[in-house]
Design a protein around this ligand. Structure first.
Ligand code: ADP
Ligand code: MG
Length: 460
């Protein structure tokens, strides 16, 4: 019997043993390895001494008779030996399995820890650096955020990220948190929306045993390594909260902890902000996010499509990217709408489908500062030169403020850029915007002027 024949023969015998002997001894049967078959004696070895003893003592006659049946030899019998080498081999295999199980357990534990930390830090899983598309509009902000994530409190403290709604401020800020938790799990991260901070502060000051509550409040916000405070502009005019935030800021700063803040405007543009707080915000690095270019927008929706395994025609993607230029959230929303429609009604992701769903009027006049000013001048029966010029008459001042307001509303550009066009400082531009925003609900003349100007621009 050569080796192949021997193995085949043994497999057959073993199969029969497994079929006939009780299940409790199956693991021992699996531990047997054939070693030879000579003159009716089948020798098998095991690395488990117990297997040899037990099988020999309790099952040898049954095993012999099965062997005799298969070999058609009435004298055949099985000889089970304990083998040290087999034992060593077995020990190694067992160790390997244990190690694998241990590794898997450790990995699972690590994943669980990670997700616990992510949720206690209050982070959205989508907002990571890996999911952030870098373009000219956000490269500097992205690189600064990454530098802060790699070396918290060593590079730029605080990091102040500002820009209009939907341009990725929250995303970048939370990416710093994710990066830290993943690469530096000993560091603690806390993300807080400014309105949550405000209401937390108010609840704690209202309570009677306020000393104890305030110390709990302070601890909550100052016992972390990195604090992420989102939408700081919401602190506007809240003097007491500003003072408290200043203390939170100072404690963290002195302890060498990283502070990251986002805002939809510059510190000095936040209404009634204290000078002390504004200057603290400007102490580190301020980076701006501006609207993405067409190429970046296209890349953002291509990434969403790839991540979600969505196949779409290129011209459908281009159509969406072309028509949603000011706000990434709106861009994502528009693309999601097309995808949902295609899925519900089983339509292909073509240009035609995108057009049917979004109905963007591609021929609509592009809204620029020039045509807003032109339409406003016409409404107030004056000229564009007057609006952008120095005249201070009541009528022209109102026209100017309204033009500024509409520019901000419809183009999502920064007060600085709008100010440049109107030959004004950005603080004057901000003031004009706030004036109209406050008057629009109470002053009929102003609200109808804004409505008619927007209508003339065909956006209402
Ligand atoms: P903001 O806080 O400035 O209002 P968000 O961070 O909430 O904006 O971003 C709005 C949406 O756009 C989010 O879903 C975000 O993931 C996405 N987004 C913004 N910028 C990018 C980018 N560069 N790459 C990928 N997604 C982006
Ligand atoms: Mg945000």
């Amino acid at each position: 019997m050569n080796n192949i024949e021997l193995n085949r023969f043994w497999e057959k015998v073993k199969e029969e043993y497994i079929g006939c002997l009780p299940e409790s001894v199956h693991p021992w049967l699996y531990s047997l390895e054939v070693s030879g078959y000579d003159k009716g004696v089948l020798t098998v070895v095991t690395g488990q001494a117990m297997a040899k003893d037990w099988l020999r003592r309790n099952h040898s006659s049954q095993m012999d008779s099965i062997l005799q049946k298969i070999s058609k030899n009435n004298d055949a019998r099985i000889h089970i030996l304990y083998d040290e080498n087999a034992a060593k081999k077995l020990k190694k295999e067992v160790e390997k399995i244990h190690k694998k199980e241990l590794d898997a357990q450790l990995k699972e534990q690590a994943m669980e820890n990670l997700s616990n930390m992510q949720s206690s830090a209050n982070l959205n899983l989508k907002y990571k650096f890996e999911n952030f598309v870098v373009g000219d509009n956000n490269k500097f902000a992205h690189d600064a955020a990454l530098a802060v994530a790699k070396q918290p409190a060593e590079k730029f403290n605080p990091l102040f990220i500002y820009g209009n709604a939907g341009l990725g401020k929250t995303h970048l800020m939370q990416a710093i948190g994710h990066y830290t938790i993943f690469n530096n799990p000993k560091k603690t991260v806390k993300y807080t929306k400014t309105d949550d901070y405000i209401s937390d502060f108010i609840t704690n000051t209202r309570n009677n045993n306020s000393v104890e509550n305030m110390s709990k409040f302070n601890k909550k916000y100052t016992s972390v390594d990195i604090i992420l405070i989102d939408d700081i502009q919401l602190i506007e005019s809240k003097e007491k909260t500003m003072n408290r935030l200043q203390q939170t800021f100072d404690t963290l700063y002195e302890k060498g902890k990283q502070i990251v803040i986002t805002s939809d405007r510059l510190p000095e543009e936040i209404p009634k902000i204290t000078e002390a707080l504004a200057s603290r915000f400007k102490r580190g690095l301020m980076v701006e996010l501006t609207p993405p270019s067409f190429e970046t927008r296209l890349e953002i929706i291509k990434k969403i499509a790839a991540d979600n395994d969505i196949k779409a025609d290129n011209d459908a993607l281009e159509y969406v990217a072309k028509n949603f230029s000011k706000n990434v959230r709106e861009l994502e929303g528009a693309f999601t709408k097309v995808c949902a429609y295609a899925e519900f009604y089983n339509k292909p992701m073509t240009l035609e489908t995108a057009q049917t769903v979004l109905k963007c009027n591609e021929n609509k006049k592009q809204i620029t500062f020039e045509n807003i000013t032109e339409v406003t001048a016409k409404y107030f029966e004056t000229s564009t030169e007057d609006i952008t010029g120095t005249t201070r008459s009541q009528k022209i001042s109102t026209a100017r403020q309204i033009a500024i307001y509409v520019c901000r509303e419809l183009t999502n550009q920064s007060f600085e850029i709008i100010g440049n066009y109107f030959n004004r400082k950005h603080t004057t531009t901000l003031y004009a915007y706030e004036q109209i925003k406050n008057k629009i609900s109470s002053n009929k003349n102003i609200s109808s002027a804004v409505r008619e100007i927007k209508q003339a621009l065909k956006v209402l």
